[in-house]
Design a binder for this molecule. Structure first.
Ligand code: BGC
Length: 758
């Protein structure tokens, strides 16, 4: 065991250093002058964030009397209001009618595009392409700011290892290394180089913290985890966003170690501000302050005081701050400096945007037409969507399809405009989405296509009612299911090839959309079983907002292309890939289980003291009686129309010091018949640690393009930082010992090399 003393001294030092840093942080004279003039009530007013309900209201509460409250100086910002004209009306109320003329912030959830909707974030992450992801964030920011928005409630960086949780759709999957790279990229994309530039906006990293680890995958449920898991697996993407300079943070709904995030001082102050040095603004999630009453932490006055004292600055929708902080102050339960500090951070956020110089900076009425939904943006959406698809199986190499074939295009998602955009696209317009039927007609005008719906997404009326909150997603046809199926079979029988578009409706994933059975709904399974009996080539185009359990379909003689919910250009992008205009290159960022009982399942598992032998059951080992430990599809998995061969893995060193980096080089050859892209992945195994290490951890990747027949040497560097982990004292250290390096096409990569850290 290590000596604890130096550790303690180092921690005290870090604490004091950070405290001095925070004190010494430059205050902004303009903000300080304003604070000096403000009454306590005016300061409290700035902490209030409301939504008039124009956007998606995700709680049961929608703000009332918004205009009166703005006029009374009781509002710091709004969300769900968009369009320069509408935003201007609200901004003018604040600027013209309040004593100190403090402008409002205007927020929105621009999660995967503003009006130009891109694939859902889980799909985007499957591109493993940081340039593309940055482009998505840049286009999103340009379009949103053109519409008057200056604050984005994105990126959502919650690590998720439970596909029952519907919000897995909104993030980058299960891995902290990839998740951190994406978090950084998105923050840089939204905030740009200069935040006062009117096509950049404040980013808001969410949901701090651990929201993706809710028990049993049920949304808003309890979270409880060890600090070492938290620091090593779940916190890195939030920290990466902070290190990239994210302006704001949103606290999550869940509890962290027994205290809900919005009232958790350890989380919002000790960790976020003191340890990580964050000095921006923290906003609650939708009514999450009030929800601490239901969590069992007291009445509204108590939980609001708790939140303020914990380090929360802005209260989203719940108005606990607005209605109770003054009373708490009068009763000595909160202090003036606590209120002032929160207000300072809200004002500093406004200052960052340049709103004090010009409250109407984002309100150029000419911009929407010029910047939103441009043909270039739609073209980007099409290209990016194609790069998010993951090829699971290519039976008899049937894909890509020839362009002049006779196709039966069937399935409830083949011509369903309402289901193309995906969850959390409140600013998108379903009417603009291209369906697969339309995409096929655009891309292969000479093909003979017969369409039939074939099945309802689900025949379950109750499920349809629950899913259809934002519009008709599951539409149960007037025709009987037998009739629908018969039409699909007729189409199939008269075609050469069947393409069936199946899976989840848009709102079957996302917020408050957890499922315990994550298979393709039975109505569609039935159709697939029937289609297979024709013996004709069958391509399943699979849509979903999460990993599904598809063991049955995977074992059929079919090809499978996973397309998530692809966004506004869905049909065109799918047709581009199916007909070979683009060779798929996506790789899974969340593991696909064999069955629900394996969940949580993820690639960076630990070994246990009784590891199960490969490919066979053994009593008293860590395995199941009824299913093997491996997933159906591992993290990093994804095929191409071509094939890549890996060879000659070499390291530049075999021994390094603790602060040195190491590089791995591998030869990659495109041995197939198509040009294509491959995501080369590097995994590390730390053979010995003071706390149990995962068997493998992703520590590097590179996306490379190879023409057919081409070979390239690919070098991936592992920095000294990448060898570090948080030990039992939560210090970020590297420890001497042996390491193994694996490089290959997915997390089962088998090319191996080793080195020693001295
Ligand atoms: C969600 C957040 C979102 C907020 C505002 C909440 O229900 O959890 O992700 O930013 O609503 O729309």
């Amino acid at each position: 065991m290590k000596n604890q003393k130096p550790t303690y001294i180092v921690q005290v030092f870090i604490f004091l250093f950070n405290a001095v840093l925070i004190q010494a942080q430059e205050t902004i004279p303009q903000v300080e002058e304003l604070l000096d003039k403000m009454t306590l009530e005016e300061k409290i007013g700035q902490l209030n964030l409301l939504t008039p309900g124009g956007g998606v209201a995700t709680g049961s509460v929608v703000s009332k009397n918004v205009e009166e409250k703005i006029n009374a100086g009781q509002v710091g910002g709004l969300f769900g209001v968009s369009g320069p004209e509408r935003v201007r009306v609200a901004q003018e109320l604040a600027v013209n009618n309040t004593r100190l003329k403090i402008p409002l912030l205007f927020g929105s959830d621009v999660i995967h595009g503003y009006k130009t909707t891109f694939p859902i974030p889980l799909g985007l992450s499957s591109s493993w392409d940081m340039d593309l992801i940055k482009k998505v964030a840049r286009i999103s920011a340009t379009e949103a700011t053109a519409d008057g928005i200056n604050w984005n409630f994105s990126p959502m960086v919650d690590i998720a290892r439970d596909p029952r949780w519907g919000r897995i759709a909104e993030g980058a999957g299960e891995d902290p290394f990839l998740g951190s790279a994406i978090a950084k990229t998105m923050v840089e994309g939204y905030q740009g180089e200069d935040i006062t530039d009117p096509n950049t906006m404040l980013a808001c990293v969410k949901h701090f913290a651990l929201y993706g680890a809710s028990e049993a995958g049920r949304d808003y449920h309890t979270v409880d985890m060890s600090r070492t898991r938290m620091f090593n697996q779940y916190l890195p993407p939030y920290k990466a966003a902070i290190d990239a300079g994210v302006a704001t943070v949103m606290s999550s709904f869940n509890d962290v170690d027994g205290v809900p995030a919005s009232g958790n001082k350890w989380l919002l102050t000790d960790l976020l501000r003191e340890r990580w040095g964050f000095n921006g603004m923290v906003v609650s999630d939708y009514t999450s302050v009030n929800e601490m009453i239901a969590h069992g932490l007291g009445d509204l006055q108590q939980v609001s005081a708790l939140a303020l004292k914990a380090g929360l600055d802005m209260d989203m929708v719940g108005e606990g701050f607005l209605t109770t902080l003054k009373r708490s102050y009068d009763e000595g339960k909160v202090t003036e400096p606590e209120i002032t500090n929160a207000c300072r951070r809200v004002l500093e956020a406004k200052h960052k945007l340049g709103l004090f110089e010009d409250p109407y900076r984002y309100l150029d009425e000419k911009r929407p037409k010029k910047d939103i939904l441009t043909p270039e943006n739609r073209q980007s959406a099409r290209e990016i969507a194609a790069r998010s698809f993951v090829l699971f199986k290519n039976h008899n190499q049937i894909l890509p399809l020839k362009k002049d074939v006779k196709i039966a295009l069937v399935g409830p998602l083949a011509d369903s405009r309402n289901n193309m955009l995906g969850t959390w696209a409140p600013t998108g317009d379903t009417k603009l989405a291209i369906t697969i039927l339309e995409g096929f007609k655009n891309v292969v005008p000479n093909a003979k296509i017969t369409y039939a719906k074939g099945a309802n997404i689900s025949n379950d009326k109750e499920l349809a009612n629950r899913v259809n909150v934002f519009g008709p997603r599951i539409e149960i046809d007037k025709k009987a299911p037998e009739k629908l199926l018969q039409e699909a079979m007729e189409a199939a029988n008269s075609a050469d090839i069947i393409v069936a578009v199946v899976g989840e409706a848009t709102e079957m994933s996302g917020e408050a959309a957890s499922r315990t059975d994550i298979s393709i709904p039975e109505s569609q399974k039935k159709m697939i079983r029937e289609l297979v009996t024709t013996g004709k080539p069958l391509v399943l185009v699979l849509m979903s907002g999460r990993p599904l359990t598809i063991l049955e379909e995977f074992n059929m003689p079919v090809s499978i292309l996973q397309v998530w919910h692809p966004g506004v250009e869905a049909g065109n992008a799918i047709a581009d890939v199916i007909f070979g205009n683009y060779n798929p290159s996506g790789k899974l960022t969340a593991t696909w289980p064999r069955n629900v009982g394996q969940i949580p399942i993820y690639h960076s598992v630990k070994n246990t003291g009784r590891p199960a032998p490969k490919d066979k059951f053994e009593k008293f080992k860590s395995n199941y009686l009824d299913v093997e430990n491996t997933p159906l599809l591992p993290f990093g998995y994804g095929l191409s129309y071509t094939s890549f061969e890996y060879s000659d893995l070499v390291l530049d060193k075999t021994e390094i010091g603790q602060n040195e980096s190491i590089s791995a080089t591998v030869s990659l050859t495109n041995v197939g018949n198509y040009d294509g892209e491959e995501v080369v992945q590097l995994y590390l195994r730390d053979m010995e640690r003071s706390i149990t290490p995962p068997i493998r951890e992703l520590k590097g990747f590179q996306k490379v393009f190879l023409k057919k027949g081409e070979s390239k040497k690919v070098t991936i560097k592992v920095s000294a930082e990448d060898l570090k982990f948080y030990n039992g004292n939560l210090e970020f250290v590297s420890e001497p010992g042996d390491f193994e390096v694996y490089v290959g096409t997915d997390s089962n990569a088998s090319l191996k090399a080793s080195f020693i850290v001295k």
